[in-house]
Design a protein around this ligand. Structure first.
Ligand SMILES: [Zn+2]
Length: 348
């Protein structure tokens, strides 16, 4: 950071600090708490997790304390709503509302589909979870909240009710990100209109929201692009000091088995190139042991012909040929040593 921008940042934070004090006294605490809860304590514009945030009045009127007038923003994004000029593009109230509504929908969906929160070690775990699942479903059903019901049944792993409420929610009308999410969970990504995918991609690219873009690509089964986007987001997050955000999204990416999907892609590529060794290594990394053994058996002749010690070694293990395995390992030890065989006469 240049000295100039450090000074600007401090000035802005001083001005903002004063404003914040004023704002804090004007927003009743329970309302601020509600706004923070609905936003998952995360700025609705940059959505960087782990960053300090405050509740702001969208219309800049500190007396307008209706919940629709609240947006949870971080300091930097709030500055974007106040400052314009230079290269800055001022974020106007309408844009903030768009960001806010999109984000609140995502948070609500994630909460409804997040795993049970009571530790499994708790003695009442099962009884409490059953009661909760039933009453939550009732609350949503009474209110015809089909989108939340669909997410609820996704979390419970009830595919039949999930599908029922996904269809009802889509009939009710859902936004692009919700439609993509539902169809992907159903394993029916092919039902997402291409125009919806393109529109969502464009929105996220415009916002440089690489983490959401990574998720989108995962949802539509584009794993190469998914990993690329998520890593790009993580790189930027680390550079900006947003470590929690980087860690969170990388973890999510790994848990979504994106790396397995990459190995599958690498396997396809090695197969196209007829490269036996790297096909075998992909199967190994994927943990597909019986497939890996089958592969070795099927290609036994070719592997023996290559005479590659590494390859021969795994083959002898798969064949259960302990004697040959021992011989290969001894040969390997000899070849790793740069020294001549004892008694061998070299040089002349
Ligand atoms: Zn922000």
């Amino acid at each position: 950071m240049s000295i100039g921008s450090a000074v600007t940042k401090r000035l802005v934070s001083e001005i903002m600090g004063n404003q914040t004090k004023k704002t804090r006294t004007t927003i009743p605490a329970p309302m601020a708490a509600k706004a923070l809860f609905f936003s998952d304590r995360t700025c609705c514009v940059c959505r960087v997790k782990g960053k300090s945030v405050q509740v702001h009045h969208i219309d800049d009127d500190p007396a307008n304390n209706r919940i629709e007038n609240f947006a949870v923003l971080c300091l930097e994004c709030h500055t974007e709503t106040q400052v314009s000029g230079g290269f800055r593009r001022k974020l106007d109230a309408d844009q903030v509302i768009l960001y806010r509504n999109d984000w609140l929908a995502i948070v609500a969906r994630e909460r409804a589909s997040s795993p049970m929160r009571l530790p499994e070690s708790s003695p009442e775990h099962d009884a409490v979870e059953i009661e909760l699942a039933t009453s939550i479903a009732e609350i949503y059903r009474d209110r015809e909240e089909y989108e939340l019901l669909a997410s609820h049944y996704i979390q419970l792993g009830n595919d039949e009710l999930r599908d029922k409420y996904v269809e009802l929610a889509i009939e009710q009308g859902v936004d692009d990100s919700t439609l993509i999410f539902f169809r992907s969970v159903q394993g029916k990504a092919e039902l997402i209109p291409q125009s919806v995918i393109e529109r969502r991609k464009k929105t996220l690219e415009g916002r440089k929201d690489f983490f959401s873009l990574g998720r989108l690509y995962r949802e539509i089964g584009e794993f190469r692009l998914a990993v690329e986007a998520t890593c790009k987001g993580a790189q930027a997050a680390i550079r900006n000091g947003n470590i929690f955000s980087a860690a969170f999204h990388l973890k999510e990416m790994v848990e979504a088995e994106s790396l397995e999907e990459l190995f599958v892609l690498a396997l396809d590529e090695a197969e196209r190139e007829g490269d036996l060794w790297w096909q075998y290594r992909c199967l190994q990394e994927l943990g597909w042991e019986s497939e890996a053994d089958d592969f070795l058996m099927r290609h036994r002749k070719e592997i023996e012909q290559t005479g590659e010690p590494q390859f021969l070694e795994v083959l002898t293990i798969a064949l259960g040929d302990t004697e040959e395995y021992l011989a290969l390992r001894k040969e390997e030890a000899r070849s790793l040593s740069a020294k001549p065989e004892p008694g061998e006469n070299i040089g002349k």
